[in-house]
Design a protein around this ligand. Structure first.
Ligand code: UTP
Length: 287
């Protein structure tokens, strides 16, 4: 069965963007004019997903507000003849069914995914970290197809230079990579020392998981700061059954830190037909 539900964990504190994230959730920071979270929903829809579960916290009411209808705003825009933006606003939350799960204590990514259990049910599902912006839906679609074929979990991968490996989750491959970029995974290690890393293939925040992962999450021992790591649950899955990675070279931005977020904004603005020219001219003049 191909997965139709996707989970977006968005309950974190976003401390790297304080003080902005005191009131505005990190996941709603704009990439030019569109919240990063919307771009992630678009990626889900593009890969054929029908239901998106956003894991949020009651301290971040703006996330639910973003998906709620604003009939007054849509009517005002239409009355002003601004039909295109009216359509965009009216469509928010309608390309897929959006539902919410709550994580009111930030006990880590594994715990956040566990909070979506009732909303997901007993079926395979995707997890997308909203800090990772990918240029298109192709990786997620390939992962969903592969998981439907193998019956096991699948993780999205990227190759990075060896001196950066200590910042990421790194896989230990159990065999060679196919021409389609598919690789069997033996296990994973979080933030290894560069010299100890079992490969140069890192997890990039895209997961296609079979529902037994929820029982694995329940069995994970909390680590530093009481956090339940998703990677620990994935290691249990990889030890028990088929588990694959898909290597992708799709364009990617890490918007979880201010520099990465700025790069994502500039990239999108430079590609924008209206903004690209004036922005390039301004950057050149500024030196
Ligand atoms: P991050 O660790 O990048 O987000 O988690 P953060 O903790 O909010 O950010 P900093 O490090 O304090 O700046 C990746 C994603 O997982 C979610 C976050 O909202 C983010 O989208 N997350 C993380 C949760 O939903 N719950 C958690 O307990 C931790």
């Amino acid at each position: 069965m191909r997965a139709t539900t996707a989970v977006i964990p968005a309950a974190g504190l976003g401390t790297r963007f304080l003080p902005a994230t005191k009131a505005v959730p990190k996941e709603l920071l704009p990439i030019v004019d569109t919240p990063g979270l919307q771009l992630i929903v678009d990626e889900c829809v593009g890969a054929g997903f029908e239901h998106v579960v956003v894991v949020t916290s009651r301290a971040k009411p703006a996330i639910e507000q973003y998906f709620a209808p604003r009939l007054d705003l849509v009517a005002a825009l239409r009355a002003a003849g601004r039909d295109e933006v009216a359509e965009r606003v009216a469509r928010i939350g309608h390309d897929a069914r959006i539902s919410f799960a709550y994580q009111d204590e930030t006990k880590g990514l594994g715990h956040a995914v566990g909070c979506a259990r009732a909303a997901v049910g007993d079926q395979p599902f995707a997890v997308l970290l909203p800090d990772e912006l990918l240029a298109d839906s192709s990786l997620l679609a390939q992962m969903a197809d592969l998981s439907a074929t193998t019956g096991g979990s699948v993780v999205g991968l990227k190759r990075v230079p060896r001196d950066e490996l200590h910042r990421y989750g790194v896989i230990d491959p159990a065999g060679p990579i196919t021409a389609d970029g598919v690789v069997p995974v033996r296990t994973m290690v979080e933030k290894p020392r560069n010299e100890d890393a079992p490969s140069d293939l890192i997890l990039i925040g895209r997961y296609l998981l079979t529902p037994d992962v929820f029982d694995c999450i329940d069995r994970v021992q909390p680590g530093a700061g009481g956090e339940i790591q998703l990677t620990d649950a994935l290691c249990m899955q990889a030890a028990a059954g088929p588990f694959h990675g898909v290597l992708s070279d799709v364009g990617r931005h890490d918007t979880g830190n201010p520099l990465g977020w700025l790069q994502a904004v500039l990239d999108r603005a430079l590609d924008d037909p209206a903004l690209g020219g004036p922005l390039r001219a301004w950057l050149a003049a500024r030196g």
